[in-house]
Design a protein around this ligand. Sequence first.
Ligand code: CP
Length: 332
Amino acid sequence: MKELISKQMRSNFKHLLDIDNLTSNDISKLLENSSVMLEVINRDIKKVPTLRGKTIITLFYESSTRTRVSFEQAGKILSADVINITTSTSSTQKGESLYDTALTLQAMKPDILVIRHPHSGAPHFLANHIETSVINAGDGTHAHPTQTLLDLFTIKKQLGSIENKKVTIVGDIRYSRVARSNIWGLVKMGANVTLCAPSTLIHKKTFGPCIESENHPFNMVQIESDLLKAINGADVIMPLRLQKERQAHGHLPTLREYSRRYGISNSKMAHANPEAIVMHPGPMNEGVEIDPDVAHGRQSVIEDQVTNGVAIRMALLHSISSGNIMTPETSN
Ligand code: CP
């Protein structure tokens, strides 16, 4: 079998817990491999034997449409066996701890465990306590690295490059794991990031105590409370959902007021670069952070993000199961 092994960017690529410990070369290589995977997704017969004999378990302690289904689809296209577990039907309902659940699943010898959990740090805890590879599919307010990879892939595909592009992220920065991981990924890849939110939904302390260093990505973003200034000349506008499930207290006077000031409408988009794209990690609350006309309009690439999410997860599953970020073999 022809094995196209390109220059290896990283050895011992066992887990993906966040973006911070990937190099820009690692990310570039994963994006390159995702293009190969996208070609497979667009075939009539979407099936290659790349991960035949491998078992992937998805363990979701929070609801999800895009992430869970795309991991399942990615694994199945690559011929892996994929087993999905949701907490509503697992022994978690009988009081079993995350640790015991993970040990139980590990005893069934899966190759990769994909976990989403409401508590920040849960995937790191598992990676420290089990032998199986762990992929973080979103943990609390902390990180969502596969969302970042698919967002980077989408920007590169739509705009040709990521470097020097102005990316404006708007909304609930404070509680958003997508914002955190995206800041890491976008800054690593040379984008200029602007964050825009009401003061109650963004704060330097939002990012934790780790931002002493001037070169930390969280110190390399612009913070702008005026939406029109934040959007001015932007190449990418990324509104975020209000993460009400994580907000301990009300942070906004009214949703209508929030939507008027921070919701992305066509009239506000007129201040962006005319070729700008609109992205949203989903799920969207149309009429709150984004108008339906924008969500489904000419500049929206939101559905492309979903397709790209399958490709990026295919590339990632392949790399993790190989232990290296290397170009996949995708012939039938
Ligand atoms: N973007 C994202 O994580 O969406 P889901 O919650 O539907 O997986």
